[in-house]
Design a binder for this molecule. Structure first.
Ligand code: NA7
Length: 568
């Protein structure tokens, strides 16, 4: 429906804006478009960066590139937009994604409602007025009926608290907050800490730029060649022509990618045939490798067939037997942690200027003025690159310092882990919506597809509230408890929660509660659940002034949602 044709409905408490959205990445931009251009609401977006892009604004480390294929790493809501934009490579690079989001911003005239270079420092529910008061680092207080977080799942950088970092005389950087002007590494001795998806992506580029690269590995990781390459004119034409098929496919698959996971069992496939399928998938490259068999994430034995294949590949590539041993000594099932893909990662260890340090054998003890000292020796360095990941999913939300009804702080309510309904709403926090929040498929999927689904659900919900004159919506504690139990149960059917050092569980951040955070039941199934909830008038949500838990204390709220935290 066009702006202006809808009855604006109830606007309780005289809020300045109908909605405040935090963040101007994929999620915030589309949410703004839906709420302003489709529902005709007064919307204000607050963004800490100087431009749009979210993750792709900050992650400018050399070689930064998406692991999702470009034909699916984009919006699908507008066929015209899909036709207008042309990706140049199989996987989109950071700068190209940023340009794409700039185009989206201009095309839908979004910039005028975004406040850049402004950080949200707090958000508080005013119960009497029925609105949110959002505070910023510029000293403003902005009021809104709805508060929508579009802050991303991986936006709070995790810099390990290594003693002595403050006295290091060289320079250090986190990959997720890379200087925009770039870093000149020529002639430098660089130390890289972390070998997750980012570390595996950045290492070959650092090795090519620096005089010497020392890679500090805590946990060895599998990786499959990405096989990135320029798209041919014929492929570009086909991508455009097949828009509808691709859109329908990404919305129907488990992970929101443009390919299905095979139903075939690795264990029931004869070894020769299995090997041939792995060989073909290795040649195809990328995240498609994990789709060869349907039981790789549910059976440890099936998984081992892929894991041993990949360990063998590492030993084939890496010439130094000791390096090959350290790199292939992997302690978890394949794809039970986020599976990295790479361009020449293992080949990098064959370069003369690259060393590998096994932190399991010699843990880091401190950063000295000159470099990193492990239990075995000091490694002199000019630059340290932390590819140490993020305080995932909950970190960016807690950083907003949100206080819900009765002054209950989100940080206190989530002390033992996140408690949500569908990863969309939180009991005790009326009219707060979390795009790709914990408890939704989020990081287990191709993010733009999950984001579109959430932004549309939220816009439909707000449209419905206003059409029906309902002033607020809030997850009921009982429904959130049920959802948490379901998230837990679904995760426990897979190998995902079995990994010790997994950020899916919050285990990468010391002191963070252990809880399996994303919904592992698949995006297609999740979408159906969300659609059913909306079609049935939002069961599980408290609508309007009923507020059965209105006088709940924090303790009561925590007790009422017991079971929500997906502890494993
Ligand atoms: P990840 O996947 O969390 O990887 C972080 C890496 O840093 C991983 O190898 C960690 O080892 C290592 N790490 C973390 N803390 C330390 C300390 N204190 N000492 C040594 N090593 C450490 O983050 P990424 O940025 O690679 O990927 C995140 C997502 O971004 C990715 O999934 C994509 O969606 C894009 P560990 O395994 O914990 O032993």
């Amino acid at each position: 429906m066009d702006a202006g044709t809808r009855d604006p409905g109830a606007r309780p408490g005289g809020a300045e804006y109908d909605a405040v959205i935090v963040g101007a990445g994929f999620a915030g931009l589309y949410q703004l478009h839906l709420l302003r251009n489709r529902l005709g609401l007064r919307v204000h977006v607050i963004e800490a960066a100087e431009g749009v892009g979210g993750t792709w604004w900050w992650n400018r480390y050399p070689g930064a590139r998406c692991d999702s294929e470009s034909l699916s790493y984009c919006y699908f809501f507008s066929p015209e937009l899909y036709a207008e934009w042309e990706w140049s490579e199989r996987y989109p690079g950071q700068e190209e994604i940023r340009r794409y989001l700039d185009l989206v911003t201009e095309r839908f005239d979004l910039r005028r409602d975004i406040r850049f270079s402004t950080r949200v420092t707090g958000a508080r529910r005013d119960d009497a007025a029925g609105l949110w008061i959002v505070e910023t680092d510029k000293g403003e207080r902005i009021t809104a009926t709805y508060l929508i977080t579009a802050v991303g799942c991986l936006s709070s950088a995790n810099v390990p608290k290594i003693p002595g970092l403050d006295r290091f005389e060289g320079r250090w950087y986190h990959t997720g907050a890379w200087p925009h002007e770039g870093v000149d590494l020529s002639g430098k001795r660089v130390g890289q800490i972390g070998t997750g998806s980012t570390g595996i992506q950045v290492a070959p580029v650092l090795a090519a730029q620096a005089e010497h690269l020392t890679i500090f590995q805590r946990t060895a990781n599998y990786s499959v060649p990405a096989r990135n390459r320029p798209l041919t004119p014929e492929e570009k034409r086909r991508i455009r022509e097949e828009y509808e098929e691709t859109r329908d496919l990404v919305r129907a698959t488990t992970n929101g990618h443009a390919y299905h996971i095979s139903a075939k069992s690795a264990l029931e496939t004869p070894p020769d045939e299995r090997r041939a399928l792995y060989d073909a998938a290795w040649e195809t490259g990328g995240l498609r490798f994990r789709t060869v068999f349907g039981d790789l994430l549910t059976s440890a034995e099936a998984n081992e067939t892929a894991a041993s294949y990949l360990r063998e590949k590492i030993r084939d590539v890496v010439e130094d037997p000791e390096k090959a041993r350290i790199l292939s000594d992997i302690d978890h099932p394949y794809a039970a942690k986020r599976p990295p893909i790479d361009t020449d990662y293992f080949e990098t260890f064959n370069r003369d200027n690259v060393d590998l340090v096994d932190l399991r054998a010699e843990p880091i003890e401190e950063v000295t003025t000159r470099g990193v000292r492990t239990s075995a020796r000091e490694y002199p360095l000019d630059v340290i690159v932390f590819a140490t990941g993020f305080d995932a999913l909950t970190g960016p939300l807690l950083a907003l310092n949100i206080q819900g009804r009765d002054g209950i702080a989100l940080r206190d309510f989530w002390r033992e882990g996140p408690r949500t309904l569908l990863g969309l709403q939180i009991p005790g926090f009326p009219n707060l919506f979390t795009v790709t929040g914990p408890g939704s498929p989020s990081v287990l999927t191709n993010m733009p597809v999950s984001i579109e689904q959430h932004a549309e659900w939220i816009a439909d919900c707000i449209g419905w509230l206003r059409e029906n004159g309902v002033s607020s919506i809030e997850a009921s504690p009982e429904a959130a408890a049920e959802w948490g139990a379901h998230v837990n149960e679904v995760a426990n059917r897979t190998l995902l929660p079995t990994v010790k050092h997994s950020w899916y569980l919050g285990a990468n951040v010391p002191g963070k509660p252990r809880a399996f955070m994303p919904y592992a039941g698949g995006l297609a199934r999740y979408r159906k659940i969300c659609d059913d909830v909306a079609a049935n008038g939002y069961p599980g949500f408290v609508l309007g002034e009923k507020k059965p838990a209105a006088d709940a204390s924090l303790t009561e709220l925590v007790a009422a949602t017991e079971g929500v935290t997906s502890r494993v």
